[in-house]
Design a protein around this ligand. Structure first.
Ligand code: ADP
Ligand code: MG
Length: 409
């Protein structure tokens, strides 16, 4: 028995190392395939000597006269009405319109084209801070417009740097917990970056490395990445962070929940310490606070909404504590209620993959248009399922919570 399993694992090891060599010969693929017990163990932390680093500019903010002229009381009134609390030194006044933020005309045109009328609170207060080159933390609930809060300043930042040379890595790096979120961010980067020809790419696990590696090697100003896959590419030299001066940690709370902390540390170590760092989160737990105090310098923090924010307050939450055996009948009563209304959609979270499969099977048997996702599904299956859920073809989604991240709106 023991002998057999030993043989099997040896031959598997051989196969694995052969495919690794093959990847290298082809020019991409890299070292991520084999040992990965220690994230980024092949990456050394560079020794930073600030006096020898190429200088760069990160403060681009010129306050609009109308913005500077507003009185302290007017600003405080506005902040109170939006439930904004701030911490930090030299906090700039908020802007009330897109024009006041001082974005280039082509960015403002895109905002109007998107049908947006005014900045959301996190944007109104966040843009002047981000454009000043300061480190910042933005805490605001899901759907509050955090993506544009960092993408538009990123565009300004990038357009003011020397152009990328051959072999240069990205200027802006955005770390995101999941593929789905990374792709949503990419859509925003595409929409607002295209007029100034800013190139971006999205790198994430669970998809072939080849095309992602080619994009990286072509040169892109913005990389949107999940931490693990980025480390693979850094280790294999497909990209580097020597030019990176604008770092975004999006959904910091979720990244930590998903156990990405070691990878995040590894990545940050590779970036020059005088970069600008912007961290975004829907909640502000101890772990996120620790990360901020370790990696951000003299940062300004904005909270929109309650300081104890842990859930979206625009949503009515009903919590029904019940016995295990009651769950299924309660679920069908609830579903009948919800699905009676046209266009309603339902997401049901389960703790385990096994339960997700089981419950979905039962619901389908009872005639409900249910689909499911969890970590064991292939990326392609997940894409199909999400597509069907978004379009309403399958309005009931059963999921483990990790798999469901990135559903967004
Ligand atoms: P968050 O990251 O805070 O969850 P998103 O950045 O994904 O939020 O934005 C949520 C939605 O709000 C998106 O559909 C986005 O297009 C929209 N949005 C962003 N900014 C504005 C704005 N200023 N006015 C109207 N809608 C906006
Ligand atoms: Mg977001």
């Amino acid at each position: 028995m023991r002998g057999r399993s030993g043989r099997r694992s040896r031959s598997r090891e051989r196969r694995r190392s052969r495919s690794r060599d093959y990847g290298r010969d082809r020019g991409y693929g890299g070292g991520g395939g084999g040992r990965r017990n220690q994230a980024g163990s092949n990456l050394r932390k560079p020794r930073w000597d600030l006096s020898r680093l190429e200088p760069f500019k990160k403060d681009f903010y010129i306050p609009n006269p109308a913005v500077s002229a507003r009185s302290y009381y007017e600003i405080e009134d506005w902040r109170n009405s939006k439930e904004i609390t701030l911490r930090g030194k030299n906090i700039p006044n908020p802007v009330f319109t897109f024009e006041e933020a001082g974005f280039p005309e082509y960015v403002i045109n895109e905002l109007h084209k998107a049908g947006f009328k005014a900045p959301t609170p996190i944007q109104a207060q966040g843009w002047p801070i981000a454009l000043s080159g300061k480190d910042m933390v933005g805490i605001a609930s899901t759907g509050s417009g955090k993506t544009l809060s960092y993408i538009l300043p990123a565009i300004v930042h990038i357009n003011n740097q020397t152009r990328l040379s051959r072999g240069d890595g990205p200027i802006a790096l955005i770390l995101s917990p999941t593929r789905e979120l990374a792709q949503q961010i990419q859509q925003v980067a595409n929409e607002f970056g295209k007029t100034s020809k800013i190139r971006n790419t999205c790198v994430f696990g669970g998809a072939p490395k080849g095309p992602q590696a080619l994009d990286l090697m072509d040169g892109v100003e913005i990389v949107i990445a999940t931490p693990g896959r980025l480390i693979d590419f850094l280790e294999s030299g497909r990209t580097n962070l020597k030019r990176c001066t604008y770092l975004v940690l999006d959904e910091a709370d979720r990244m930590l929940d998903m156990g990405f902390e070691p990878q995040i540390r590894k990545v940050i170590e590779q970036i020059r310490p005088d970069r600008q760092t912007l961290m975004w989160s829907a909640t502000w737990p101890k772990e996120v606070q620790n990360l901020a105090s370790e990696f951000l310098k003299e940062y300004i923090q904005i909270n929109v909404g309650s300081l104890q924010l842990s859930a979206n307050h625009n949503i009515l939450q009903i919590i029904d504590v019940c016995q295990d055996y009651e769950k299924e009948s309660k679920l069908s009563t609830l579903l009948r209620e919800i699905m009676a209304e046209k266009d309603n959609k339902t997401i049901i979270f389960m703790e385990t993959k096994r339960r997700v499969d089981e419950v979905t099977r039962k619901m389908k048997r009872d005639g409900w248009p249910a689909v499911c996702i969890h970590g064991d599904k292939t990326q392609q299956e997940r894409d199909w399922v999400l597509q069907d859920f978004r379009t309403g073809k399958a309005p009931i989604l059963v999921a483990t919570d990790v798999a469901a991240r990135g559903l967004g709106e």
